[in-house]
Structure formats: structure tokens, C-alpha cells
Design a protein around this ligand. Structure first.
Ligand code: CTP
Ligand code: MN
Ligand code: MN
Ligand code: MN
Length: 367
């Protein structure tokens, strides 16, 4: 399969896992506009259209050239006629501006930006006539769960981008915790920062221990360690429900079953080279940051790493496996439906090889 950055539109694959997509986006105006449209479809329960626009944006992100007219566009995969028209009208078209100024869109966007608030909750609040954070916080009949309470409490900090330097500082802190617990434990950076992004909404890590069956204990010990250091502001721990005998999930966006936790940590300014990312006028010497940790059994590491590195790339890997290879892939395993057997992997390269795909580096997976 053709995966080198093609100059010909016809050579672009419909699967993100057969495209190289760096963080350099030559079509940002268009992809931002498409994301607004996709999000609005999502808010209105139109999942098919939402997915279509996200796939189209992902194709545009992979191009080494800026799309200006529709002449080469009609050869690109995943771009239908409506989208071609939108491209002709270019970027922040009338339709996009209409959505951006729509009250329902604005409110759902605001509410879902709170840690712990999903679309269902946001819609419920909107239907009750609530429009602002004070509306929600002053409504006596609303019960916020623990995650949402922390989400509101640390809203300013955690809605602020996390820098690479901050991610690095958090890496050192958690690495120290891992090694205080078990000298042969490992910490691996994953998520957006592994894809080479300069900023993220959180920092994602995989923690492992070579001793089988000890991965849950490792995670709970890390949480305990962070608490003793006085830097644990919030923790939602989910124990493992991983079942080795189960087939990989058919669903694209299924959560994995490994032990994991969603944290908010207190990061001190002195720990960060070049200082913290703070709001103007904020003189505190610390900020709150979102951190995710996942702890798979050692032989599941490669699948977890590939899955948690994320983006549309990972979704399309699963789709490619299913539709082109009759295989089931998720964050836990790869199953060959023809041979009726699980395929082992110790590295990401093994998984690409099983799928008959050219290896693509993490920084080329920003699909
Ligand atoms: N993930 C998951 N289950 C969760 C949360 C995250 O499986 N409950 C995995 C997914 O595989 C996802 C990856 O973690 O693709 C990264 O998710 P996220 O942190 O939301 O996205 P990033 O790509 O890291 O983007 P950002 O830089 O904004 O954090
Ligand atoms: Mn370029
Ligand atoms: Mn992330
Ligand atoms: Mn995350």
C-alpha cells in the first residue's frame, strides 16, 4: 500500500493508518471548520454525519498541500459533494458562523468542557434552561458527582493547555513514584505528547511491572504515594475488568478494561523548566493538571501503547483490521477471525506486521 506522503490526491488512502499525518496541518482553517460541523452533528445526535466530517478532516490533515479549489478534492477519499462545496466556500463559511453563534451549541460546548460532564448531562442542564456555570452551581436541585465537583473547582487550570515542559515534569514525578514502589517498574509516555504535540489537555502514561498480576497493586500504590506527597487533588480509580478469553471489541470507541485512573495533580512551578503555563495575572506558583494512568499486564503492553497513542489513526487501525483483514483489534489484543487465533505482539511493529501495514511512527499518527 502507498503510504509515502502522496502528491496525487488519488493515492491518498481512506484509512488514516495508511497515511502519515504530522502535527503540521496545511489545512487548519478547513479542518477547524469541519470540526465545528462535526461537533454540531454530534450535539444533535447525527452520528453518521459527525463521523463523515471527522473522517474528511482527518484526510485533509494528512495532505502536504493546501486545498484551494475543488479540482483535486474530488479525487480524495471521504470527501463527499457537500464537503467539496464547503471547501469552495472556504473555511468559516456562513454555516459554521451560524453554529458558532447558536445558543444551544455554545452552551453544550461550555458544559461539556467541564471534567466529568458528558453530552447527556450537558443536554439535561440545557433543557432545564441553564446556560452558564453560575446557573448550574446555584441550582439547588442539581447534584454534582465527585468528578464534576473537581471539574468546576479546578476549571480554570485544567481547561488551560498543558505544555511539553509540564508533561516532562509530571513524568519525573510519576517515574519517581513508580520506582519507589518497584525498582523494575516502567513509565511510558503515550497520548498526544507521544505523537509529538506541543500542548495537550492532559498527560497520558502507561505504567507496568514485569511481575504478572501485580499491575493493579502498582497503580493503587502510585495513587497512595502521590497522596502522601500532598499533590493528589482528585483521583478516580477503575479496577481491571480485563478478561483474557474475551474477543476484542467490535466497537470502535470502546473503553479498555485495564486498571486505570483519571487524576488531577498539583504541579509546582519550581518543578517545571521555563515555568508553568498560567493565566495572566495568576501569581500562584502551582497549577492543577489532568493526568491519566493505565496499567496493563506486561504481555498486553504493545496493544495498550498503540491504542492509547490515540487519534483517528487508532480508530482506523481497528476499522482496517476488521474490514480489510478479518481481524479484531482493540487496546487488549488482536484476533484473526480466519485462523481463529490471537496474535501475540511485544512491540507496535509486530502489530503493524500482523496487519500487513507499513510501520508508521507515533509523530506521524496525528490523524
Ligand atoms: N483512552 C481510553 N480510555 C479512556 C481515556 C483515554 O482508552 N477513558 C485512550 C484512548 O485510546 C485515547 C487515548 O487514551 O485515544 C488518548 O486520549 P486523550 O488523552 O483523550 O487524547 P489525546 O490524543 O492525548 O489528546 P490531548 O492531547 O488533547 O490529551
Ligand atoms: Mn509540509
Ligand atoms: Mn491526552
Ligand atoms: Mn487522556
Amino acid at each position: 500500500p502507498e503510504v509515502s506522503t502522496p502528491t496525487s490526491a488519488a493515492a491518498v488512502s481512506q484509512y488514516a493508518c495508511q497515511r502519515r499525518t504530522t502535527t503540521e496541518n496545511h489545512n487548519k482553517n478547513l479542518t477547524d471548520a469541519f470540526e465545528v460541523l462535526a461537533e454540531n452533528y454530534e450535539f444533535n445526535g447525527m452520528e453518521g454525519q459527525c463521523l463523515a466530517f471527522r473522517r474528511a478532516a482527518s484526510v485533509l490533515k494528512s495532505l502536504s498541500w493546501e486545498v484551494r479549489s475543488s479540482e483535486r478534492v474530488h479525487e480524495l477519499p471521504c470527501l463527499g459533494e457537500t464537503m467539496e462545496e464547503l471547501i469552495l466556500q472556504y473555511g468559516r463559511s456562513f454555516e459554521v458562523n451560524k453554529i458558532l453563534s447558536d445558543e444551544r451549541y455554545q452552551t453544550l460546548k461550555l458544559f461539556t468542557s467541564v471534567f466529568g460532564v458528558g453530552l447527556k448531562t450537558a443536554e439535561k442542564w440545557y433543557r432545564r434552561g441553564l446556560r452558564t456555570f453560575p446557573d448550574v452551581l446555584e441550582e439547588p436541585s442539581i447534584h454534582l458527582n465527585r468528578m464534576q465537583q473537581s471539574g468546576f473547582l479546578h476549571y480554570g487550570d485544567i481547561s488551560r493547555a498543558v505544555s511539553k515542559a509540564e508533561a516532562q515534569a509530571l513524568g519525573s514525578i510519576i517515574d519517581e513514584a513508580v520506582h519507589a514502589i518497584t525498582p523494575d517498574g516502567t513509565l511510558t509516555l503515550t497520548g498526544g505528547f507521544r505523537r509529538g504535540k506541543d500542548f495537550g489537555h492532559d498527560v497520558d502514561f502507561i505504567v507496568t511491572t514485569p511481575e504478572r498480576g501485580q499491575e493493579e497493586r502498582l497503580l493503587t500504590s502510585i495513587i497512595q504515594h502521590l497522596k502522601q506527597q500532598g499533590i493528589l487533588l482528585f483521583s478516580d480509580y477503575q479496577s481491571s475488568s480485563f478478561d483474557m478469553s474475551k474477543l476484542p471489541s467490535h466497537r470502535f470507541e470502546a473503553m479498555d478494561h485495564f486498571a486505570k485512573c483519571f487524576l488531577i495533580l498539583r504541579l509546582e512551578g519550581r518543578e517545571v523548566e521555563g515555568g508553568l503555563c498560567r493565566a495572566e495575572g495568576d501569581s500562584r506558583d502551582w497549577r492543577a493538571v489532568r493526568v491519566d494512568l493505565v496499567s496493563p499486564p506486561p504481555d498486553r503492553f504493545a496493544f495498550t501503547l498503540l491504542g492509547w497513542t490515540g487519534s483517528r489513526f487508532e480508530r482506523d487501525l481497528r476499522r482496517f483490521a476488521r474490514l480489510e483483514r478479518r481481524m479484531l483489534l482493540d487496546n487488549h489484543a488482536l484476533f484473526d477471525k480466519t485462523k481463529k487465533e490471537f496474535l501475540a505482539a511485544t512491540t507496535e511493529k509486530d502489530i503493524f506486521a500482523h496487519l500487513g501495514l507499513e510501520y508508521i511512527e507515533p509523530w506521524q499518527r496525528n490523524a
